[in-house]
Structure formats: C-alpha cells, structure tokens
Design a protein around this ligand. Structure first.
Ligand SMILES: Nc1ncnc2c1ncn2[C@@H]1O[C@H](COP(=O)(O)OP(=O)(O)OP(=O)(O)O)[C@@H](O)[C@H]1O
Ligand SMILES: [Mg+2]
Length: 337
C-alpha cells in the first residue's frame, strides 16, 4: 500500500521557487485503484515521481509497503523501487528490442538466469494477453498493445504498487478499455495498489475505486467514486456523472444551425429527429420571421455526437437546411473549474 503524508515538493530557489505539492495526504490500499485527476500543471506527474522517489520530496513522507522511502539508503531504495512498477503515457519501449526482450529488461538488470527469465517473460506476456506478439518489435504493435507490453515489463519484478501516469491518454476508446480491464484484473489477482493518473473523466469512471482532484498542488476533493457520484454537493461527482453527457448540451455534442422556409417542415421535427438518430437533441434557441410573405425559421440545436453525415441527412430528410456550427468539447476538467 501507499501512504503519503504531508508530501511537499518545491522546485527551484529564491525567485524561481515554486511550490508544486503542498502538504498532500493520500492513502492507497492494496487491491485499490486510486485515480488522481487535475488540470495540466496541477502536480500529478510530480506526485507520481515522488512516490517512486525519482524526485525527492522536499518534506513529508511516502511510505510504500511499510518502508518510509525517504529514510532508506541508496541501496535499500533500489530494492524498494523494485516493488513499484511504473507505466507512462509514452510506453518507453526500446524500438530495437522485441516485445519479449523489452519485458525481460528488468530481469536482465537483476541478473536473473536466461532460463528463469524466459519463463517469467512468457508468463507476463500471457498475463497481458500478448503471448502471440513476443517476437514483434514495438513499431509492429498498436498503441494499446505497446502499452500492455509496458505493463508486462512493469510487472516483471512482482511489484505491489503500480504507478500509471496518463497510461491511457491518446489511446482510442477500445484500447483504453482493454488497458482499464487489464488494470482491474491486476488489482484483483495481484492485490496491487494502483495510482492511476489521468485527465480523462470517462476513464476514471471505468477504473477507479477512489478519486482525488489535484489543483495547484492541493487535493481539493477526494473520496470513494461511488460516494462522490451520489453526493449532489460534490463538484467532482458532478463532473464524473455519466448522465451529464446527455442532459447537458455543453457535454460531447455537435451544434447545428438549422433553417427552414420554402419546404413544409413537420411541427414535431425535433422529436422526429431525435427518434431517427436514436440520440438526444436539445433546442438551444429558435426564431421565426416573416419575410416578404414567407415564413423563415431558424433554430440552433445540440445533438449528442453521432456521425455528422447522418445528422445532415436526417435533417435534410425533414426538409431542413443545416450547417454544422461546431463540435462541442468532450467533458473535461474545465467543466469542474
Ligand atoms: N523538474 C522540475 N523543475 C521545475 N519545475 C518543475 C519540474 N517538474 C515539474 N515542474 C513544475 O511543476 C508543476 C507541475 O508539473 P507536473 O508535471 O507535475 O504537472 P501535471 O499535473 O502532471 O501536468 P500534465 O497534466 O500537463 O501532465 C508545473 O508547473 C511544472 O512546471
Ligand atoms: Mg503529467
């Protein structure tokens, strides 16, 4: 498990001094995935680096599996670090090594015999579902597969703690899903304590048992995912709500400007459109004008994202002229701010 107490990290001195983590407390149990979210520059990566002691905390303590890392000698620290696996956004694989040889790297450093190493690597590749890709080079693998190889490598020395810094960022939803499912399996089967850093709220919803929001080096809100989601007063809970996407036009959706005039348009065109697309359509504004005897209608609508070509075709089928105004952003942390 990971226990972080009053962790403070200051970079630089004098005028260049910047307080990046400010007396942070966080505790991650074995068998728990703890997500940390927060805007860019909040201190998430610094937190992960302090936990692996790639950065020395300025003050406070990080206790991993009962060892207070800052009190260890260099030698003890090297041993303690083996129990901490790390995976990053860039998978960090060596391009000239095959998948299996990448996974074998930590074992080689440790002087494990080739026979033992081969056995362990085969187990690990099997564990991440890529036994058939052992001889592939990183460029012959998809982003999600490379990330899984990175996870296999992180597991090589049987860690009890896994640090994941934006490991799913930039992956498509399917690849993200496969990584998330793998991490949950590892949590359950190996009883890992996992610190999962991300800026993707949807991923938090899929993976986390607990979640904390970091801002300017402070944890501004934290708790069990389920408690946050059911607390109407929680900003973080609201930002994480899956339903929000459909209820709120500012969630992932596209904005369309619609006009009608010459062609008769059914009065219930909005309902019909929603039915035809099988998605939510919100009317954000509308007006009807009478121009030289003919009626011209304008409307602005938000359609929960489906294929724009399908939306355009459905609108045109109803006798409406439509112009895609813009794609509205995915839900992001800016929603919380
Ligand atoms: N080695 C360093 N020296 C000086 N300042 C640093 C150092 N590393 C990080 N910082 C500063 O600490 C702050 C937090 O950086 P950090 O990388 O932890 O943010 P983050 O939350 O991971 O952001 P992102 O979401 O963009 O990855 C930033 O203002 C950054 O400039
Ligand atoms: Mg970062």
């Amino acid at each position: 498990m990971i226990q972080i107490e009053q962790l403070t990290k200051v970079f630089g001195h004098g005028d260049a001094r910047s307080l990046v983590l400010d007396r942070l407390d966080l505790s991650i149990e074995a068998g728990e995935i703890y997500a940390v979210v927060g805007p860019s520059g909040a201190g998430k990566t610094t937190l992960a680096q302090c936990v692996s002691l790639l950065e020395r905390p300025t003050s406070g303590s990080v206790v991993v599996n009962g060892d207070t890392l800052s009190q260890l000698t260099e030698k003890q620290l090297r041993i303690a670090r083996r129990r901490i696996g790390t995976i990053f956004q860039s998978d960090g694989l060596f391009g000239r090594r095959t998948a299996e040889s990448n996974v074998a790297l930590p074992l080689e450093y440790l002087g494990v015999t080739p026979t033992e190493s081969r056995k362990r690597v085969a187990e690990l590749l099997d564990r991440v579902g890529l036994a058939d890709k052992a001889k592939h080079y990183p460029h012959q693998l998809s982003g999600g597969q490379r990330q899984r190889i990175g996870i296999a490598r992180a597991l090589a020395l049987r860690p009890t703690v896994l640090l994941s810094d934006e490991a799913t960022s930039g992956l498509d939803p399917q690849a993200t899903n496969s990584i998330v499912e793998l991490l949950k399996e590892l949590r359950d089967d190996l009883d890992l304590a996992i610190l999962f850093i991300t800026h993707e709220m949807d991923t938090v919803l899929q993976v986390a048992d607990c979640v904390a929001r970091l801002d300017h080096g402070h944890i501004v809100e934290s708790g069990r995912l389920i408690d946050l989601l059911s607390d109407p007063a929680s900003d973080l809970g609201r930002a994480l709500q899956p339903r929000r996407r459909h209820q709120d036009a500012s969630a992932a959706a596209s904005l369309w400007h619609v006009t009608y005039g010459e062609t008769p348009v059914p009065a219930d065109w909005l309902t019909r459109l929603a039915g035809e697309l099988g998605t939510d359509v919100s009317l954000l504004g509308a007006s009807i004008e009478n121009l030289r005897g003919s009626t011209v209608g304008h409307a602005t609508i938000a359609v929960s994202t489906v294929d724009p070509d399908r939306i355009a075709a459905a609108l045109s089928g109803l006798g409406l002229h439509a112009r895609l105004e813009r794609d509205l952003p995915q839900r992001s942390l800016e929603d919380v701010a």
